[in-house]
Design a protein around this ligand. Structure first.
Ligand code: SF4
Length: 287
């Protein structure tokens, strides 16, 4: 079966081909500490996932249940060696930011009656119709809005930056998920992309026409073709290097190439890539 691509894999190729090579071809697992931003993003996502799992089981947690869950998960997964790029903040500040995000979210959305139908929903998209170009991803939360009869794809952002209109309109990830939802529910199904910018207590919704989605499909097929025909993987140095897991061993920075600590990762999408997907999303937005 053809290899499956994730949005993160495609985005990494476009950001830095050398990073793409280290991560997806050489499958090097770097021995570096997780960043605190990634930790915050993971813990908030996990807490919201837990919250809506409770809601789907008809149990509505209290605000203190939510904060308790988040605090426990933070403590269980936090390690003192976590990397803090923004030196003006301490680990406790990041922890507190997560509490604020969750309290604001809770106040705005309680009692969570928007008809959630799935959480961390895996989607698989057959881009070329032949199974040769496939995309796999995970939707944070899927809602069937009974008032508008729309399917809503919800995504949480914990980074500080608020996206511009252009960035929202050009974002491929949720648009590709829209394509996958339309393949399941029918092309004429109305689909809405919903971003929750937790640091701004703001929700943004956007829709794509079928024509726009088909153009995107062609664009992504072309990028996958390019990936599969690429033989050279030069590094692209940028400020994103500060968050890159290969920064200390990167050839582009004159370091020795990372040791080939190859793990036996299958060529199809690995569950860990789900985490990478969240992590990259947060880091590419820069704190
Ligand atoms: S440190 Fe920079 S140049 Fe090196 S692999 Fe990472 S993103 Fe690419």
């Amino acid at each position: 079966m053809a290899e499956s691509y994730s949005h993160s894999r495609i985005e990494t190729f476009e950001q830095c081909r050398l990073k793409f090579k280290y991560r997806y071809i050489d499958k090097i697992i770097p021995e570096i500490a997780k960043s605190i931003e990634a930790h915050l993003g993971s813990m908030v996502h996990e807490t919201l996932e837990w919250l809506y799992t409770q809601v789907m089981e008809k149990k509505i947690p209290t605000i203190s249940d939510v904060v308790d869950f988040y605090s426990a998960r933070w403590q269980e997964n936090y390690t003192k060696d976590m990397k803090i790029v923004n030196q003006s903040m301490k680990a406790e500040d990041y922890f507190q930011r997560g509490v604020e995000f969750l309290i604001n979210y809770f106040m705005k959305h309680h009692p969570f009656k928007d008809n959630t139908i799935a959480i961390e929903k895996k989607i698989e998209l057959n881009l070329d119709g032949k199974g040769e170009k496939r995309l796999v991803g995970y939707i944070d939360r899927l809602v069937h809005n009974l008032e508008t009869d729309e399917v809503e794809i919800h995504d949480y952002k914990t980074s500080n930056s608020m996206w511009s209109k252009e960035k929202l309109e050009s974002n491929r990830q949720l648009a590709l998920y829209s394509l996958a939802i339309k393949e399941s529910f029918g092309k004429e199904k109305k689909v809405c992309m919903v971003w929750h910018f937790l640091a701004h207590d703001m929700k943004v919704c956007l829709r794509k026409t079928n024509e726009q989605l088909e153009l995107l499909r062609e664009e992504v097929i072309a990028i996958i073709d390019e990936i599969e025909n690429t033989k050279h993987f030069p590094g692209t140095k940028s400020r994103l290097c500060d968050w890159c897991e290969y920064r200390n061993t990167c050839e582009a920075w004159g370091k020795l190439p990372p040791s080939l600590t190859v793990k036996d990762v299958p060529t199809n999408i690995h569950p860990a890539e789900q985490t990478i997907e969240h992590k990259d999303e947060e880091l590419l937005d820069i704190w």
